[in-house]
Design a protein around this ligand. Structure first.
Ligand code: ZN
Length: 103
């Protein structure tokens, strides 16, 4: 398995996550995103509709799912917003908000 761009050494790298957001590239293969865009996360992240892991191609989600473990949920969307936390924010990490979730 080739290395996952945003998870060098198997741990999410925050600078690379930011790069994925700003350059709109895949968190696994580092290539430009198309549609749909896939986010993997916890059911809690799904309920908030805020994901900490970077966007992925559908075809790249498999290896990331393996890394994150079997209980992660998958959301497909046509687009997303990148939200940086405010000073008073309870969640200090930037996150991705899918804005047109696909069935
Ligand atoms: Zn990819």
């Amino acid at each position: 398995m080739s290395a996952l761009f945003a998870w060098p050494d198997g741990v999410l790298d925050r600078r690379r996550v930011t790069r994925c957001a700003l350059a709109r590239i895949c968190g696994a293969c580092e290539q430009p995103l198309g549609r749909p865009i896939v986010f993997l996360g916890t059911s809690r992240e799904q309920h908030r509709n805020e994901f900490h892991s970077p966007p992925l191609h559908e075809r790249c989600a498999g290896p990331v799912r393996e890394l994150l473990g079997g209980d992660c949920v998958e959301v497909r969307t046509a687009g997303f917003e990148y939200v940086r936390p405010g000073r008073e924010d309870a969640d200090p990490l930037p996150r991705f908000v899918p804005n047109s979730v696909l069935a």
